[in-house]
Design a protein around this ligand. Structure first.
Ligand code: G1P
Ligand code: ZN
Length: 550
């Protein structure tokens, strides 16, 4: 075994986005593409530590969502890490770790950080996407200061250090060596399952299934399947077959592993069918997202966050109440009303889980959520799909109410925030940038004007100052806010890999229970029309209609 220094040249655009470096798989398959990024990351980590041998005393967690190229990338990373003098790697068996499980392992074993290979909910395979992200010692996504430093390093890189050691048998639990680096292949599920056991009343949940409660969890052929099988069918003794699409496949079996009504249409159909189970849920490619359904009933992620906040005391981990809650800016304000009623703080952050990290670390919030099918709590520093599913299972067990009843009762108490997101995918990048400039100008010009029964009271581009470390994030989305609290928000996706994606978020509050049963798109029609006419979305995107509506 020898350590080689390979000459390399920078690649353009290795700047991590909302959630790590995410690109077409074909981009990652270019020789040295992954190698450069990993070397740059290790250089930056090394520089952040005092002393020459600093990495030698450190441990990183490594694992991924099992998509195409996962296992090859794992071997490459092991060899680069060993060549750079890292002390130890904890590797999920077969190279698998869901995003929340990676966070859980970093935290439970108190290690330096972790590398997660995932492009989350994006499709996999040669034609699909691949990604890599770094999580810090708190188990959460690296702060922008670190990802930016890595990017700067990728632009000046000249050499990659890599061992020519043979591949590690990543299917075999136990200790292996690459050069002087110890590789411990660990059970991918155990730490995470122990954490779930500590949060929930597994005895009560087991009792539900023993008494005939029925459920369908669609793991979308992704890594969440191994966790859902072990916990739901294993520990909670739900009937075999409760978890479907449970075996992680490199191409997700052709599915787009994004748990929303469009891509999880099969689950939605099952939940509307004559033999629908009591409860339905789906997870995404790396199991940090969740979708919650009752019989013929879809829960919007914003409502899910609000209901979980209102009912958190049903769950043992939150018996004593919540420190506070946080939501990303585009997420509906339904949770704000609950927080107000509970007398706890509610924070509004930019899109992306990394912005919740400081609030969680400083113990300012316990539960966080995003409209993009993400929810989580202080137990890890990522969103956590199966955690959300276990929360909803617990609420049903404790209250004896169905998903639909829980949500309808919630609306009666707090009012309903009608909510929808329209995505326009694959817009040419320049056109998208020009569109955002135009939307910002239009908002400023129309501020104070009357539109039908309401006035546009506030039009701005969301900027955030982190209350813990004072860091600023500007340009986080254009908001048009009306005097009745309804909102239209526009932002460009930071996770796409082709052209630009415009996301338009609509929200309208309805306090009157008699008017809480309209179809969502109908209830939001005024705002959808207004976004079209004021924003000239059709002309500027070249598209007649959004490509995805959730
Ligand atoms: C999307 C979601 C965002 C989420 C992120 C990672 O980012 O909108 O809420 O945190 O994926 O799962 P976007 O593509 O909008 O930048
Ligand atoms: Zn994900």
């Amino acid at each position: 075994m020898t350590i080689q220094s390979i000459a390399t040249q920078p690649f353009d655009g290795q700047r991590p986005g909302t959630s790590g470096l995410r690109k077409k798989t074909s981009v990652f398959l270019q020789p040295m593409y992954l190698e450069n990024f990993v070397q740059a990351l290790l250089d930056v980590l090394n520089d952040s530590l005092a002393g020459g041998q600093a990495l030698l005393g450190k441990t990183l967690v490594l694992g991924g969502d099992g998509r195409y190229h996962n296992s090859v990338a794992v071997q490459t990373i092991l060899k680069i890490a060993a060549a750079n003098g890292l002390g130890r790697i904890l590797l999920g068996q077969d190279g698998l770790l869901s995003t929340p499980a990676a966070s859980a392992v970093i935290r439970s074993r108190n290690v330096f950080g972790g590398i997660v290979l995932s492009a989350s909910h994006n499709p996999g395979g040669v034609e699909g996407d691949f990604g890599i992200k770094y999580n810090a010692g708190n188990g959460g996504p690296a702060p922008e200061s670190l990802t930016e430093a890595v990017y700067v390093r990728t632009q000046a890189i000249t050499q990659v250090r890599i061992s020519d050691a043979p591949d590690v048998p990543i299917d075999q639990l136990g200790i292996h060596w690459v050069e002087r680096m110890r590789v411990e292949v660990i059970d991918s599920v155990a730490d995470y399952a122990a954490l779930m056991r500590s949060l929930f009343d597994f005895g009560m949940l087991r009792g539900m299934f023993a008494h005939g409660f029925s459920m369908r969890l669609d793991a979308m052929n992704a890594v969440g399947g191994i966790y859902a099988k072990a916990i739901l069918e294993g520990e909670l003794e739900a009937p075999h077959g409760t978890v479907v699409n449970a075996v992680p496949l490199e191409d997700f079996g052709g599915l787009h592993p994004d748990p929303n009504p469009v891509y999880a249409a099969d689950l939605v159909a099952h939940m509307a069918g004559p033999n629908a189970p009591d409860f339905g849920a789906a997870l995404d490619g790396d199991a940090d997202r969740n979708m919650i359904l009752g019989r013929n009933f879809l829960v919007t992620p914003s409502d899910s966050l609000a209901v979980l906040t209102a009912q958190a005391r049903c769950i043992p981990a939150y018996h004593d109440g919540l420190r506070g809650v946080a939501r990303s800016m585009p997420t509906s304000t339904a949770v704000d009303r609950v927080a107000k009623a509970l007398g706890i703080d509610c924070y509004e952050t930019p899109t992306g889980w990394k912005f919740f990290g400081n609030l969680l670390d400083a113990d300012k919030v316990t539960i966080c959520g995003e409209e993009s099918y993400g929810a989580g709590s202080s137990h890890v520093r990522e969103k956590d799909g199966l955690w959300a599913v276990l929360c909803w299972l617990s609420l049903q067990g404790v209250t004896g109410s169905s998903v639909e009843t829980l949500v309808r009762e919630h609306w009666k108490t707090y009012g309903r925030n009608y909510y929808s997101r329209h995505d326009y995918e694959g817009i040419p990048t320049d056109a998208a940038r020009a569109l955002m400039v135009a939307l910002e100008e239009q908002g400023a010009a129309q501020q104070g004007k009357q539109f039908g029964p309401r006035v546009l009271t506030q039009a701005d581009n969301f900027a955030y100052t982190d209350p813990v470390d004072g860091s600023r994030a500007a340009g986080q989305g254009i908001r048009w806010i009306f005097d009745d609290g309804s909102r239209i928000v526009f932002r460009l996706s930071g996770t796409g890999t082709q052209g630009a994606t415009l996301r338009v978020y609509f929200e309208h509050y309805e306090a009157d229970p008699l008017r809480q049963n309209e179809p969502t798109q109908q209830a939001l029609a005024d705002w959808i029309d207004l976004a079209q006419s004021l924003g000239q979305l059709r002309e500027r995107t070249g598209m007649d209609a959004p490509t995805v509506v959730t």
